[in-house]
Design a protein around this ligand. Sequence first.
Ligand SMILES: [Zn+2]
Length: 107
Amino acid sequence: MLSLTCPCCGITAEETEFAPGGEAHLKRFGPGSSDEAFEGYLFARKNPKGVHFERWRHAYGCGKWFLAARCTATLEVFGTYPAQTTQPPAELIAKIKAKRPEWEGWA
Ligand SMILES: [Zn+2]
């Protein structure tokens, strides 16, 4: 069972209280970008077995979006943080690297 803590209201709940929003930290490309960049923005997604950064919404709670770092294989959640960040917090990266020394990073 996947259990997440909403960083906006502090409630920890099971996955069914949240709505997934796909991969986090996507770089958006719009009008004026190359076709390859726009295609990559629309369709190219990471699908790792291991550490993944995702968008979630507290659909049956405060309704706000947030980001989470978790392992797709074990469902271990390393942490959640506000959606208004452009990259994962440094302390979260350090926590993941401490637990998963083989992990190559988020970028
Ligand atoms: Zn919430």
